[in-house]
Design a protein around this ligand. Structure first.
Ligand code: ZN
Length: 452
């Protein structure tokens, strides 16, 4: 029997007991896979997939070519896939030749010029794979929300190994790579007297349960706000705080905290407002703890320093009248408003995050013209920030572009400080202000326009 005859016989048997007629067209697992054509890659059983579960797009190398992108766009836009895998493998045929060799051979055998056909042969699987993931991330037609993973399949063991871009490479691609440090860096430098760690948490009791050795704890309520009237700390208050932490002009300040650095980002924003540079620890308190790193319950004390603040840099902050004036700019497409709260706060159903008391404003809803881009979309599960490509896609796809004057807000200004940090330091936007009055102010302001 020829291969052809065998195949037809097999199909007759298959059809005689066929029971998949009821499958729906959209993949049940909302998954699309790009994989190499290699005959040893049995994609469905390798991933526990059954008929109807996933789109499997195959080409030599498992490359995200224009045609693979075409399939992925159709897969996502028309058939609802939300997770993409790219699977390359060990011992790939693509490692065994060079484009020029194949092009030359084709020319010799056919007399036709094959130089215009790229075959995309490569020499390093991991590196190539990361490049393919980037092509998906950089496609303007595929959103940043796609859960994207790249794997190398081992043809000897059947195991998949996920390949992720090293953190330092991700960080190097940010507009201001100096604004962040990885936990590794902190572990190596935490005893350096020129480095001062400062923990700022939403849960003000967290610091006392254990913090990075040597870290000072700031309480956002008592330390970063004025107590009599509602305002951020004044310059003198901030100088006292820095002096008590032993910070002078030569100190590198590293901020970190819980909830993905919400209040650490807020503290960074307040410091920058007063002309004091600081950096965030990528991933915050959670990542440090998840990595099993050292914690201490000793509250350190430092000899008071001469700390001096400057400014304020008023262009980092939006006050309510400026937000009111901004509405017209938003309408005309020259400005953007980013509401970083959860969709249920944006819609007016809730007045505060679900787990917090529903208080703080008289009305629910959002400022007219605001885009709802939730702060958490900017971070990975481990708390680190997403890549520059992912972040650019996230904001730009919703009209928050670098040419615009941007104001971010939330409920009390800390989650929006997180987004302010992303737009300013990671993406390099020049005109971003944090509206710290945020919804507690706007939602109680007599006569202020509200959209639901
Ligand atoms: Zn291959």
């Amino acid at each position: 029997m020829t291969v052809y005859e065998e195949a037809l016989q097999a199909n007759a048997a298959y059809a005689s007991s066929f029971n998949l007629a009821g499958l729906a067209m959209p993949p049940a697992k909302q998954l699309a896979v790009v994989a190499c054509i290699d005959a040893r890659l049995n994609v469905e059983p390798m991933l526990g997939l059954r008929p109807g579960d996933a789109h499997v797009i195959r080409n030599a190398g498992g490359l995200v070519t224009d045609d693979a992108l075409r399939s992925l766009i159709i897969s996502h836009k028309l058939l609802g896939t939300e997770t993409f895998f790219v699977i390359e493998h060990t011992d790939c045929g693509m490692l065994t030749f060079k484009d020029e060799q194949l092009q030359q051979r084709l020319k010799e055998e056919t007399g036709q010029d094959a130089n215009s056909i790229p075959f995309y042969a490569f020499s390093n699987v991991e590196e190539n794979l990361l490049g393919q993931l980037k092509k998906i991330r950089r496609s303007p037609f595929l959103p940043a929300s796609i859960d994207l993973h790249g794997f190398v399949y081992d043809v000897q063991t059947g195991k998949l190994s996920e390949v992720v871009q090293p953190e330092e490479e991700v960080m190097a691609e940010y507009a201001n790579p100096d604004a962040l440090v990885p936990t590794d860096w902190v572990a190596e430098n935490m005893k350096d007297p020129k480095v001062r760690l400062i923990e700022v948490d939403v849960d003000t009791a967290a610091y006392d349960t254990g913090h990075i050795p040597g870290a000072v704890g700031w309480n956002w309520k008592n330390d970063l706000e004025t107590q009599l009237q509602r305002d951020i700390a004044d310059k003198e208050g901030l100088e006292r705080l820095l002096s008590k932490a032993g910070v002078d002009k030569d100190t590198t300040i590293i901020l970190y905290g819980d909830n993905n650095n919400w209040f650490a980002a807020y503290a960074l924003w307040v410091l920058e407002y007063y002309g004091v540079d600081a950096k965030l620890m990528n991933g915050g308190r959670k990542k440090w703890i998840d990595e099993g790193r050292e914690l201490s319950t000793d509250a350190p004390s430092y000899s008071p320093s001469k700390a001096s603040a400057k400014g304020p840099k008023k262009d980092l902050r939006a006050l309510r009248d400026q937000v009111m004036d901004h509405l017209d700019k938003v309408k005309k497409g020259r400005g953007a408003l980013v509401d970083v709260r959860s969709p249920r706060e944006y819609s007016g159903e809730l007045l505060a995050p679900e787990n917090l008391p529903q208080e703080g404003s008289q009305r629910g809803g959002h400022i007219p013209g605001a885009q709802n881009i939730v702060w958490s979309q900017a971070v990975n599960e481990d708390g680190t920030f997403k890549t520059a490509d992912q972040l650019a896609e996230l904001y730009q796809s919703q009209g928050v572009t670098p040419d615009k004057d941007v104001i971010a807000y939330c409920r009390i200004g800390e989650r929006s400080a997180h987004t302010w940090f992303v737009l300013t330091h990671l993406l390099g936007y020049k005109n971003v202000r944090n509206y710290d009055g945020s919804w507690t102010e706007w939602g109680s302001l007599v006569g202020a326009p509200v959209e639901k």
